[in-house]
Design a protein around this ligand. Structure first.
Ligand SMILES: C[S@@+](CC[C@H](N)C(=O)[O-])C[C@H]1O[C@@H](n2cnc3c(N)ncnc32)[C@H](O)[C@@H]1O
Length: 397
């Protein structure tokens, strides 16, 4: 994505003004189309294909699988129901994105625009749907406690004693905001908060959950439905979770009135490493984000640029370098594709060279990233690193 960060003016109605200006209409449409196609592709890939396989089995095998306690045909019906629930969310995102992203409904009348949807888009919609579990279910609180809570605790330690009026003046940027929960929690805690995100799939889904849901627990989400592997029990595979755990629009009502919450679309570096964005934020908090950098220098220079002098950068997350071994996907000029995957020690040395003083470094919490349920045979635990760094003004660098 190029720089098209809309100025959302503190309202929590992201994107509506800016949408018409999108130069990347094809990307918007391919993301939108993937939400539209979720129902069809999920039924096709998950249940339809397995029904055919089931009926192709010898009758003796079919009868074992059909009998209790397995009841395989019944499992596929339960899975169809789970897909219907996920599709309800996916199609609500589709409907609400049309206006929010300024898409001319005329374009959507034919079917040609759906040809833009790629397998990658469909995959991103599946993972975006799963991400609601991490950000917006009560059960996802365990993951949020390990990654977001250290950030909000640090903010409270530093600024918690301020009056409500002074707290509201503390501006916090959350790059790679995903579905917006950390940016939301920061605004609800009384600060000014801006989430930044460059994925249309994420932006469409966060717009829906933040602005368009009508109550807590409005939807039931089946985050693990799309994978059959590593479940000890079918209940683990087909467990439903109520989302959102809180009603975002109610939680944000005060912040919205005070223009203290916004989501900004666009690439982090393009949007914030320029003179207009210099010194705009008191705090930048990166959670599971810095390892998405192609070149870590540009992310750290951008954080430095957008902080006020003495401003703080709070980081929590692992270093799962996103672009490692994916040079072919970068589609960037070769000199830009020089991502060197550093260790934490090395990242912190780069941070010092860029102009930060490291004030605190600790082991963060251990947590999964969208786990796959309590009764799963696979868990991938991240041991995050947590640090706080202070921007040293140039003359003192
Ligand atoms: C691993 S996810 C973490 C999301 C969220 N912070 C969390 O902890 O759940 C990284 C996020 O950064 C976003 N992202 C990646 N590169 C970005 C960039 N250059 N500018 C803005 N966002 C970016 C991705 O779309 C994704 O939502």
């Amino acid at each position: 994505m190029t720089d098209h960060t809309p100025e959302t003016g503190g309202s929590h109605q992201p994107l509506s003004d800016a949408a018409a200006a999108y130069p990347e209409l094809d990307s918007v449409l391919s993301s939108l189309g993937a939400f539209y196609l979720y129902r069809r592709t999920a039924h096709n890939n998950l249940t339809h294909r397995r029904r055919l396989q089931f009926h192709a089995l010898p009758l003796s095998q079919q009868s074992v699988l059909s009998a209790p306690p397995i009841n395989y045909p019944e499992i596929l019906s339960r899975l169809d129901d789970a897909i219907e629930h996920n599709a309800e969310i996916s199609e609500a995102i589709f409907r609400h994105s049309i206006e929010a992203f300024g898409i001319d409904p005329e374009i959507l009348k034919g079917k040609e625009w759906l040809n833009l949807v790629t397998a990658d888009d469909l995959d991103k919609v599946r993972s975006t749907i799963k991400q609601f579990y991490r950000d917006w279910s009560a059960e996802g609180a365990k993951e949020r406690e390990a990654c977001n809570a250290p950030v909000t605790k640090e903010l409270e330690e530093r600024f918690g004693a301020l009056s409500a009026e002074d707290k509201a003046k503390i501006s916090v940027l959350v790059p790679g905001a995903g579905l917006g929960r950390l940016a939301y929690d920061i605004a609800v805690a009384g600060y000014s908060s801006q989430g930044n995100e460059n994925s249309f799939h994420q932006l469409m889904a966060s717009n829906y959950i933040l602005n368009c849901t009508s109550s807590a627990k409005q939807h039931t989400l089946y985050p693990f439905a799309s994978s059959f592997s590593n479940h000890r029990s079918r209940d683990n595979h087909l467990r439903g979770f109520a989302i959102p755990d809180v009603h975002p629009a109610s939680g944000l009502s005060v912040a919205a009135e005070e223009n203290r919450f916004s989501m900004a679309a666009g690439d982090f570096v393009a949007a914030y490493n320029n003179p207009e964005a210099a010194g705009q934020f008191d705090v930048v908090s990166t959670v599971f984000f810095i390892d998405t950098a192609v070149n870590i220098f540009s992310y750290l220079e951008t954080i430095w640029n957008t902080l006020v002098d003495g401003g703080i950068w709070i980081n929590c997350g692992p270093l799962l370098w996103h672009w490692e071994n994916r040079e072919a996907d970068l589609k960037l000029a070769s000199e830009e594709a020089q991502g060197l995957e550093l260790t934490v020690d090395e990242v912190l040395e780069v941070a010092k060279a860029v102009g930060f003083r490291i004030e605190k470094r600790e082991r963060g919490g251990k947590a999964e990233y969208i786990g796959s349920g309590n009764d799963s045979m696979l868990s991938w635990i991240y041991e995050s690193e947590f640090w706080v760094a202070v921007k040293i003004p140039k003359e003192k660098k």
